[in-house]
Design a protein around this ligand. Structure first.
Ligand SMILES: Cc1cc2nc3c(=O)[nH]c(=O)nc-3n(C[C@H](O)[C@H](O)[C@H](O)COP(=O)(O)OP(=O)(O)OC[C@H]3O[C@@H](n4cnc5c(N)ncnc54)[C@H](O)[C@@H]3O)c2cc1C
Length: 486
């Protein structure tokens, strides 16, 4: 069957970038279609953010039942067993619910959903192939939101049985006894955290001198690294995984650690060394689209490519490769196509790492503040150990750190490691976007007892007068800063 359809807007890829762009386009009265070759919701809802958080929540629940519940007075007779098949089925039900919700929203907004694999035939026409045939789709504007995929490394081709990508790791139907995780970035460490809690022996192999390097404030990383160790995760830094040899069910993984050969024995290997944009597909180069040397489609502040009727958003359009950035761009592009005067002007894209404890940040690190010309800083730090709610939750590891310009007190960066950091960071995003000062945060009444009070007290600490920690004046940089000393 050959069908030919024409739309005002054609969105390719229904991840958090694409489906959001399609909904906003339709809300603006544009005749819109979205083409998806796998599942609505993209990587995020099906094999990324949502399933990984479901597994993290479940494993945290188990860990707390095993470790915290007895201290709180609960008696749990016998061992709590993990039924991984049931757990994975529950995780899948969460993903299916979310993907079904996206379908409902698209249909409710009268977006045409086309299932199939799209390729540009010309810059004005797509060919879409599916099991039911091939069709042609034309549109006045195209939004490319086709995302990214995991990077493979030599010697470790994904077979999703022994050598897993994050997609395979999220679908494991039994807990591996021993697993090597190659790559200590956020995806590797999130999966390591929950597999360790479910009972796996996890060894992380990281080529750099530390995990999460460049992804988070180094002091925050230290807290997570300590917890990983406590939960039994072994971290090899300065280590390169070279190859593996399969001996029955066991895999012998060869490493080069600081120039020396080593080997570890595991049952599975997970490779999480990064993701690459899907820009080598769909004949993008053939239609003359400009792509940079890292494979990202080049876009301007309106996310328009060098072809004026083609836009690109989400992972394929550059860093940071995060779902909320993709969705933000989706709305923006639809509004640009709808004739509104919009451009990307966010001051900060928050980043969250859902390890235990979580790390979340908005704005700059101290180093970045200095690089941007803020030579004198005020830094306030407040520990969760001094927060009543955190103590009552038995979640006291970590702190909130606020960095501000010493003269203007403008909040430049907030870095949180601790319980609910992912939720707390939204206040920091607002502070950075609104140009809030330390006083704005310190003088806003925060409800008690909440974790949010740590934000207020970190601002007070930067001003030198937090109530719930004893402050010792400490010289930092050239500024006359008082700094909390938790
Ligand atoms: C394990 C893991 C955990 C993550 N956790 C988080 C997190 O906690 N927070 C966060 O912000 N981000 C997280 N991410 C990253 C996040 O998933 C991505 O940044 C986000 O999904 C990118 O959205 P997107 O719309 O650009 O593309 P994607 O979500 O990648 O969607 C692209 C869609 O396009 C479809 N497609 C591709 N090519 C074609 C074609 N030719 N024709 C038709 N359809 C096509 C694909 O099937 C896919 O559904 C995680 C990623 C992983 C892997």
């Amino acid at each position: 069957m050959f069908v030919s359809q024409t739309f005002d807007v054609c969105v390719i890829g229904a991840g958090p970038g694409g489906y959001v762009a399609a909904i906003r386009s339709a809300q603006l009265g544009l005749n819109t279609c979205v083409i998806e070759r796998e599942a609505l919701g993209g990587v995020c809802l099906n094999v990324g953010c949502i399933p990984s958080k479901a597994m993290i929540t479940a494993a945290h629940f188990l860990h707390r039942a095993q470790h915290d519940a007895p201290e709180m007075g609960f008696e749990i007779p016998g061992e709590i067993k993990v039924n991984m098949k049931k757990l994975v089925a529950w995780k899948q039900s969460v993903c299916d619910k979310m993907s079904g919700g996206v379908s409902m929203l698209l249909k409710g907004n009268k977006v045409t959903i086309i299932n199939g694999d799209a390729t540009f035939k010309t810059a004005q026409e797509l060919t879409v192939k599916s099991s039911s045939g091939t069709q042609s789709v034309m549109a006045k504007s195209f939004i490319i939101a086709t995302g990214s995929r995991p990077i493979e490394i030599p010697g470790f081709a994904f077979d999703e049985k022994n050598v897993l990508s994050s997609t395979g790791a999220l679908a494991l139907d039994s807990v591996p006894k021993r697993i090597a995780v190659i790559g200590g970035g956020y995806i590797g460490l999130e999966i390591s955290s929950y597999l360790a809690k479910l009972g796996a022996e996890v060894e992380v192999i990281e080529a750099a001198s530390g995990v999460l390097s460049g992804a988070a404030d180094p002091e925050c990383v230290q807290v997570v690294q300590r917890r990983l160790k406590k939960n039994g995760v072994k971290i090899h830094t300065g280590a390169k995984a070279k190859s593996y040899k399969q001996n029955g069910k066991t895999m012998e993984v060869r490493l080069e650690v600081n120039g020396k050969e080593e080997a570890i024995k595991v049952d599975k290997v997970l490779v999480t060394v990064g993701r690459r944009p899907n820009s080598d597909q769909m004949n993008l180069k053939g239609i003359g689209l400009n792509i940079d040397d890292k494979g990202f489609i080049k876009v301007n502040a309106q996310r328009r490519t060098n072809l004026p009727h083609v836009f690109a958003i989400g992972d394929i359009a550059g860093q940071p490769m995060l779902a909320h950035k993709a969705s933000h761009e989706g709305v923006l592009v639809a509004e640009v196509i709808g004739g509104q005067n919009r451009a990307y002007d966010a001051k900060t894209v928050p980043a969250v790492i859902f390890t235990d404890p979580e790390i979340a940040s908005a704005g700059w690190t101290e180093e970045e503040c200095k690089a941007h010309g803020h030579k004198e800083l005020k830094v306030g730090k407040f520990p969760f150990a001094a927060n009543g709610r955190a103590v009552s939750m038995m979640e006291t590891d970590g702190f909130v750190k606020i960095i501000a310009d010493a003269k203007t007190h403008l909040v430049l960066g907030v870095h949180i490691v601790g319980p609910e950091a992912s939720n707390l960071v939204s206040e920091a995003v607002l502070a950075v976007e609104m140009g809030a000062t330390l006083e704005d945060l310190a003088l806003s009444i925060h409800p008690h007892p909440t974790l949010g009070e740590t934000m207020m007290e970190a601002a007070e600490a930067a001003l030198g007068h937090a109530i719930h920690v004893i402050q010792r004046p400490l010289n930092r940089g050239n500024g006359s800063n008082a700094r909390a000393n938790p």
